[in-house]
Each structure stands twice: as structure tokens, then as C-alpha cells.
Design a protein around this ligand. Structure first.
Ligand code: 13P
Ligand code: SF4
Length: 351
């Protein structure tokens, strides 16, 4: 075991030398060895979202990535147990795709303000208000909301998913800002229904008629809504050549003022492929650490006053306990799962 811990420590040190203090690396290398041994014993796979803290991110996951990449990985696994180091809607997506496997989420508190912003009842009401209009839901929703949808999307494929439908009018839920960004990129207007239906500009959603419209919802990510154009202006005044990357859950004004907007995976690739004097990510702070660890020659600025309180609840200690005590088991009722699976699979087929 001591030898294994040393090997793990060396591996983590090589990657995280400039990012994580040694004292933490030694402690987490021990934890990582224990987690990996249990992972093997239980025939488990660990999926780690790009927002995980650096020591976890670079030690225990078998696969890391954005929501789309991890959905694909979840669809392909042949392991008995899936441990999702991410938030509940992601673990639910893994369960939707793997009904016979055990899916574990290490923290009971790993929710998401977007997923909490809409219910299945809300979607049913919208469908009554706009009959026949296809429903696209962001994967940041719970299974019963996905079950009411025609197709899901992530920030990595939202534009492709909307374009694939061929309808002038599409219901796009629940992120107001992702909806605004997708509307902009697909040449659409976005409208927001109130208790009574908002009249469609023209054409009532019939294919090929009138204006192109997204019918949105006022859900927001409690993290990304905090970034402002003022933040960008202030940072640019201090670092005139900085490349600013904004997640599409930021407001359309912020993504417009940034140099690049894309999913967490797309942001990582952007930094790898370019060479700016500095980079600033407008997203969960720990991702900046993960990118800095992989690109030591690049200068990453951090705006760490903004953090996702849900992603932050996933720790290595809880991941160990998840495997040890088989918790917290994610369940989805079969009738809901079957309907949600169609929407998720349709998305995965698009890319
Ligand atoms: P990605 O799909 O870009 O990984 O984003 C997930 C998320 O929750 C961002 O806040
Ligand atoms: Fe949800 Fe925002 Fe946290 Fe992502 S960053 S999990 S969208 S609250």
C-alpha cells in the first residue's frame, strides 16, 4: 500500500505541483489509493465532471469531461457500479441510460439551480399552451422533466439539437440565458410565456411559416448569472490581451462581450489550442485550476468569488464513503425513465 501511495503521490505531484500544496497532495494520494482499490473491488467506474477539484479530477475518475462527454461514457460502460462525481441531474442521466446498474452520487446536496427551476407539471402546462411544438430540455433538469421532452441537449450540442428539429417554433427549457444564446446563434427570437400564452410572432409554430422562435423559461444558473459585462471590462482594463471564455449559461450580453463561449469541454480545448498572454474563464473556479495543471505554460486568471455550491459538495472523502456504504443510490421510476431515455438517446445520436 505504501508503495502504491507513493506512486499515486508522484503521479499527482507531476500534474499538480504548481496548483495543490504538497501537504494536501500526500493526504489525497492516500485517499485516492483507497478509492481506487474499492472501485476495483466493486467493479465500478468513476465519472468526473470538469468542475471537480484538481486533486480529485487528476486521481480517481476513469473518465472526465463535460455533461455531453460523460453522458456518452455512461451510455457505454459495462461496469456494475457508476459513481458520478458531479451533480444529481448528471447521475440521473447515467441511471436513465443504465437501469440495471447501481448509480451512486457521493453527496446528497449536489443539486442545481437550473434543474430546480422547472417541474414536469410546468412542462405539461407549456405543452398545453403550445400544442404540437417540440420540447428541447437542457440536461440540467430532473428525470421527470426530461420525460416530458422530445429531446435533450447540453451546452455542447444545443445549437445542433435545435437545428436538427426543422421547426420554426421550439420550446427550449429551462435556462433563460442558454436559450438566449442559442436563439442568437440560430437566428431566432426568444419569448417567455407567462400564465397566459405569449402570442407567437407569426405562424403559430407550423413548419416553414413566420418567424423563428424559441419559447424559453426563466431558469438561471446561480453561478453563471453572476458574471457581468462590468467584470469583463474591469479585467480587460487590467489585462488588455486576456482571452475571456464564458459558459453559455452566462447572459447573452456576457457571452457577446467574451472572446469565446462554449461548454466546459469546449473551453478546455480552446485553451489547449490557442496561445493568449492570459486566460480567464467565466465558469466554476476549480476548472481554471484543472486547466492550469494541464497547461503549466499558460497563465490562467481566476475569478473565484463565484463557485458552484453543488459541485463543491463532491469530495474525495464522500466518494470513498459512496463506494464503502453504497450511497447515495440514484433511482428513477421505470415509467419516467423509459420516457426520459428516448429524449436522452435522441440527443446522444445527434452528437
Ligand atoms: P457542461 O455541459 O458544459 O459541462 O456544463 C454543465 C454545467 O452544469 C455547467 O454549469
Ligand atoms: Fe447547476 Fe450552475 Fe452548478 Fe452547473 S454551475 S451545476 S448549472 S448551479
Amino acid at each position: 500500500m505504501d508503495q502504491e501511495i507513493q506512486v499515486m503521490y508522484d503521479k499527482m505531484k507531476q500534474r499538480l505541483d504548481k496548483v495543490v500544496p504538497d501537504v494536501e497532495l500526500r493526504y489525497k494520494a492516500e485517499l485516492a489509493v483507497e478509492i481506487n482499490a474499492l472501485k476495483k473491488e466493486r467493479n465500478a467506474v468513476i465519472l468526473g465532471h470538469n468542475y471537480m477539484e484538481p486533486a480529485l479530477f487528476y486521481s480517481i475518475p476513469d473518465f472526465v469531461g463535460d455533461s455531453l462527454e460523460l453522458s456518452r461514457r455512461a451510455a457505454q460502460t459495462d461496469k456494475d457500479v457508476i459513481v458520478f462525481c458531479g451533480v444529481k441531474f448528471m447521475a440521473e442521466t447515467a441511471k436513465i441510460l443504465n437501469p440495471t446498474k447501481t448509480v451512486l452520487l457521493p453527496s446528497e446536496r449536489a443539486g442545481c439551480s437550473l434543474a430546480a427551476s422547472i417541474t414536469a407539471e410546468d412542462v405539461r402546462n407549456l405543452k398545453k399552451q403550445y400544442p404540437g411544438v417540440p420540447v428541447v430540455t437542457y440536461v440540467n433538469t430532473y428525470a421527470d422533466v426530461k420525460a416530458e421532452s422530445d429531446i435533450c441537449c447540453t451546452s455542447g450540442n444545443a445549437v445542433e439539437v435545435v437545428n436538427s428539429l426543422g421547426n420554426d417554433t421550439i420550446i427550449f427549457l429551462p435556462d433563460e440565458y442558454l436559450g438566449g444564446n442559442v436563439a442568437h446563434e440560430t437566428g431566432r427570437e426568444i419569448i417567455f410565456p407567462t400564465l397566459t400564452p405569449t402570442p407567437l410572432p407569426m405562424g403559430e409554430g407550423r413548419r416553414g411559416e413566420g418567424k423563428k422562435v424559441l419559447i424559453g423559461w426563466r431558469g438561471r444558473c446561480e453561478v453563471h448569472e453572476k458574471f457581468t459585462v462590468g467584470d469583463i471590462t474591469t479585467v480587460r482594463a487590467q489585462f488588455p490581451e486576456v482571452a475571456i471564455l464564458a459558459h453559455p449559461e452566462c447572459s447573452p450580453e456576457v457571452t457577446e462581450a467574451a472572446d469565446f463561449s462554449g461548454s466546459t469541454g469546449a473551453m478546455i480545448k480552446f485553451v489547449q489550442k490557442t496561445s493568449a498572454p492570459q486566460y480567464l474563464l467565466l465558469t466554476q473556479c476549480s476548472m481554471g485550476d484543472n486547466i492550469a495543471a494541464e497547461n503549466p505554460e499558460k497563465d490562467m486568471l481566476r475569478l473565484c468569488m463565484v463557485r458552484c455550491p453543488h459541485m463543491n459538495t463532491i469530495t474525495m472523502e464522500d466518494t470513498l464513503n459512496a463506494l464503502k456504504y453504497n450511497r447515495y443510490v440514484i433511482e428513477v421510476p421505470e415509467d419516467v425513465r423509459l420516457r426520459a431515455e428516448r429524449a436522452v438517446q435522441r440527443m446522444i445520436e445527434i452528437g
